[in-house]
Design a binder for this molecule. Sequence first.
Ligand code: NOJ
Length: 577
Amino acid sequence: MKFVSVLCALALLAIAAVPCGAAEPGGLAWWQKTIVYQIYPKSFADTTGSGTGDLAGITARLDHLKELGVGAVWLTPVYPSPMVDNGYDIADYTAIDPSYGTMADFDRLVAEAKKRGIRIVMDLVFNHSSDAHPWFTESKKDRTNTRADWYVWRDAKPDGSAPTNWRSIFGGSAWTWCEERGQYYLHTFAPQQPDLNWENPDLRRALYDAARFWLDKGVGGFRVDAITYIKKPAVFADGVPDGKDGMAGIHAMTANQPGILDFLREFRREVRAGRDIFTVGEANGVGPDDLKDWVGEHGVFDMVFEFSHLDLACSGGVWCQPRDWKLTELKRALMATQRATQNSGWCPVFFENHDQPRSVDHFFPEGADPRRSAKVLAAVLLTLRGTPFIYQGEEIGLPNYPWRSVDELNDIQSHGQYEFALKEGFSPEQALAFVRAFSRDNARTPMLWDEGANAGFTTGTPWLPVHADDTALNAAAQTRDPKSVLNWCRQLSCLRREREELTAGACEELLPESEELFAFARVLENRRVVTVANFSLSAVSLPQEICSGCKLLLSSEDEPREAELAPLEARIYATEM
Ligand code: NOJ
């Protein structure tokens, strides 16, 4: 505490009441200066006892977000859905699923969030709909109806088999036969998620209209799902099999095809242009070298999620097989995005989302204390150049859930990966080990709020197991503990608002060859803020040159040593101002 500015120290004691000394960095948009918080509504807060979260629960918890300095909340889908993929299978793009509440609840959420300076950001799932969407019900009837061409239909091969050997992302063929229409339809994900045909202008118009429906409600922007798959290849051909099933993963066959940017330029014109919002695309298959076309002056989105830093812990395949990796690989991946956007463009900084395992279990050596690890990652997350995206529970350092069996998991992808690993010849124990480490349900277990039943998440039976809270991880306990992960995040958030270097400054990597320290400087004019984070389980001496003449602003240690970082310690220095 003694290293934090007076304003931040006060803010920590009475966070809701005391604003940070906010800098006004010139030239940056609101979404570049703020922090985005991602909510998985089903697991956030339940007000009805149903066991699943709802919109009223989010409204009730808005002060938690305000105290964290959040300016925008990305809601994963809350639209009507059969929930095969927990809402990423949408049956109506302009309504609310009854399990989450009503449109009035949504309007209330937007209004209450606005009072706290928070904007609501919707998830647009435009690569596919649900097979229960009326568009699909019509499209599948025959080859001549008004929506016949709104999905991707193809004839069978002469032997009756699927048009290509593509494997869907959730496992199994990417084609499903439709008896009614006598054709196959394509689905990048589950059979219940048929891909939309973006070549059809009427379909595209209907999607833009849906986006504008939410803009009229005052939302602050969109996260755009699976967007790199919307353009299909000109020719549909078999790929080289990458598994014993003789199939080729669809990602390699269809991601980021030539021509996709034309669609996205139209999307930008129709949905984004002239509005004070942001768009962030989920851009699997877009690497740092492609970013110039996707973000920045000539880009199609304000930001895109680029995944190379998350992917490095897995070796290929449909499931994720853990591989050893080094800190220098993580740094190279993150810094490649930083460099690619240094002069033009902007990206999110993120370590978690609803599709990833918890970061404290992903980025550190075995045996690392999760509380210390969470602080190290938060320091990097909140000080790198870009907009930090905090995923619910990350701010309290939630770890993966100790799954005992595959039956405990709900996630469609985890089940697909488990089955596929078995088919590839792995034992049930090995298949379960992959799934335990990488299941998306690790991120989807309920948020821990307090010491009440089910950690305050629900009075009913939670839809996924709730973590045993034997180390007082819950948000209420962490609010009371000045040394908690949550209060560390609040301090960092405060610092980010106070120090213009942390938003507007350039990013310079330091010590790139170190396998223990992740260090970088944020530089604005003659001012520097330097982050040094020790990712190792050993004490590491601090190179003198890291920030000579600088003052220590924050350390995750109670009593930091001058010339040495403790294991899993993070520090922030700055030149005097
Ligand atoms: C990406 C989403 O983040 C994931 O949760 C979903 O399953 C797929 N897209 C399909 O929409």
